[in-house]
Design a binder for this molecule. Sequence first.
Ligand SMILES: [Zn+2]
Length: 314
Amino acid sequence: MRRLIHRVSSAERTRHNTFTAIPLDRCGEHRADANWMAKQCSASGARWLAFDGEGHAPVTDGHLCWLDAARVATDAPANFLGQRDGVPVLALRGPIDRGVFPAAQWLDLRTAADELERFEAGLFAYARSLANWQDATRHCAYCGAPLALVDGGHRALCKGCGRLHFPRTDAAIIVIVEHEDACLLGRQAAWRPRQYSTLAGFVEPGESLADAVRREVREETGVEALDCDFHSSQPWPFPASLMLGFTATAAARDIRLADGELEDARWFTARDIADGLRDGTLRVSSPLSISYRLIEHWLRTRAGVELAALPRAD
Ligand SMILES: [Zn+2]
């Protein structure tokens, strides 16, 4: 009799990453329809997510505070995020009177993500991501003329040459490299003392993801990655990254800090990580990050150790 083996897909792993799997219909096929968009903005049940000029959103009791349509000016620019169960969800840009939510705490995305339930954390990240692109895209890169946001805030049209500009996402790989019973973690000088993380870097023009993994690992540590497999992905709007997580196998353990990005890199066994977290000589990234998920995956599959059961040194 054949045994059924449950294989975990990258999609399933991605669903566990913060800011992912937002149950929202983005309605991309309707965004260019101005009449349809106007109806979304004026719908009496529409919900607006407000954030201030610094990107802080109002949070009360672990939930985002929403503005209903009656409190939003009729000429507010549409930043259409999508529909949830047929209800339009939009982001409000521009100055907002904090007195509208007297009991709210105004939190940045990282802080709020620790407190919000998954959908709202993902939605806040999505709204910030779109806003970050809008803020950084004021003039045409071809002719220098001002841009006008169109299509619910998802496109920018040049008033000079008529070119259309699309939201930008910067692909970055992040990888846990293993050799036999140990994994490779590194630290940058600017990080908190004793904090180590998986290796990461931006994908360069003309480069495949696998080539980026090999290059980053070699540049940062001098280690040769023989092979790699995709693990999961995570939008990371600080300000515009898409993190692409990998597992990889190294040819050998010799470390040479080549490009100066890391001040230290070491091989850690599962025991080293568990002992380090318990006695406070090691910190890892927050569970919000895909780095945490990669270390969690490695500890679980290689040593049967649950990272969430180990102490967290914050
Ligand atoms: Zn132009």
